[in-house]
Design a binder for this molecule. Structure first.
Ligand code: 13P
Length: 336
């Protein structure tokens, strides 16, 4: 795989008006989502749910790629067509979550470090054979009274950069995701400071590991007050702070930035992205890689009645894709 091929995949991931649907919940995380709508967490239900999402008519109109979980990339539709084939036929690039989860960081109570580097070269080679064009690794940064520590930020940046280098060696575009959590009562300024420090550390580590930025995508969290902060701010304030932070810390050679939704409501996630793009042009396309903010309406419907609500659930996926696609262009209107 040439450098040009990595670049063209990265650019396709953030093509104008398109973004990514994250459906890479681990078996433990999808259990939480299924529990919320009373669906048993069986392999067949996970397969059927992902089939509903991935066979949404015209999914590729506003969706450039979907992030899958290890189990999902090996699954097929009820009729026996591999999910990866369904996706490629729809113009949706297959992506794969390759980290093995965030684990407690020894010596640093309350902080996490993401694991999964051992054996990653071999796993990436297999995922490439299965059709993966890009990968995801999520690091988790927790804001608390005394956190994050510099050690936590550096350990996660180092792992993200080692992962990214291995992806590029395997011909897979790395999506690097340092998620600063919205949990807590911190305000917008603290979110800004922690996000800037995290991004600066990450891009330093990527440089040290010889990662080619032109073939890398950043999955970022927005600069936003913690969920329990009494001082919630306007959509434009989140958008302005996020863009300012990214401009301070992210090199312009990166082909694109996509956001996670991180617990924001569907409409908030769309409104924030739209507002950022209305403030453009920026050095990079700003788009979405939402999990919950793409799926929650569909999960509610499908969870109530998998058969009867199948098509209605798909309609909500298509609508959320369209709204977020418009927001990626700064053309979304509330209520549309
Ligand atoms: P949310 O948009 O639900 O935060 O999920 C995106 C994701 O992939 C987090 O790793």
């Amino acid at each position: 795989m040439s450098i040009e091929e990595l670049e063209s995949i990265a650019q396709a991931m953030v093509a104008p008006g398109k973004g990514i649907i994250a459906i890479d919940e681990s078996t433990a995380t999808i259990k939480k989502r299924f529990d919320s709508v009373g669906v048993p967490n069986t392999e067949e239900n996970r397969r059927a749910y992902r089939e509903m999402l991935l066979t949404t008519p015209k999914l590729g109109e506003h969706i450039s790629g979907a992030i899958l979980y290890d189990e999902t990339i090996r699954q097929s539709t009820k009729a026996g067509v591999p999910f990866t084939k369904i996706m490629l036929d729809a113009g949706v690039l297959p992506g794969i979550k390759v980290d093995l989860g965030a684990k407690p960081l020894a010596g640093f109570p309350g902080e996490l470090v993401t694991e999964g580097l051992d054996g990653l070269r071999e796993r990436l080679a297999e995922y490439a054979k299965l059709g993966a064009k890009f990968a995801k690794w999520r690091a988790v940064i927790t804001i608390g009274d005394d956190t994050p520590s510099g050690t936590c930020i550096e350990a996660n940046s180092h792992a993200l950069a080692r992962y990214a280098a291995l992806c590029q060696e395997a011909g897979i575009v790395p999506m690097v995701e340092p998620e600063v959590l919205m949990d807590g009562a911190h305000d917008l300024d603290v979110s800004y400071e922690v996000t800037e420090a995290t991004l600066r550390s990450l891009f330093g580590a990527l440089y040290e590991q010889n990662v080619l930025l032109e073939g890398t995508i950043l999955k970022a969290s927005m600069v936003i007050p913690g969920k329990d902060c009494p001082d919630q701010v306007d959509v434009e304030d989140v958008a302005e702070a996020t863009v300012r932070c990214l401009k301070a810390a992210v090199p312009a050679s990166l082909p694109g930035i996509v956001f996670l939704s991180g617990g924001q409501s569907d409409e908030q996630a769309t409104a924030h992205l739209n507002s950022m793009n209305q403030m453009g042009p920026h050095p990079w396309p700003l788009s979405f890689s939402y999990g919950r903010a793409m799926q929650s309406a569909a999960l509610q419907l499908w969870g109530k009645d998998m058969q009867a609500n199948f098509a209605e659930a798909q309609k909500t996926v298509a609508l959320r894709a369209k709204q977020n696609g418009l927001a990626a262009l700064g053309q979304w209107k509330k209520g549309a």
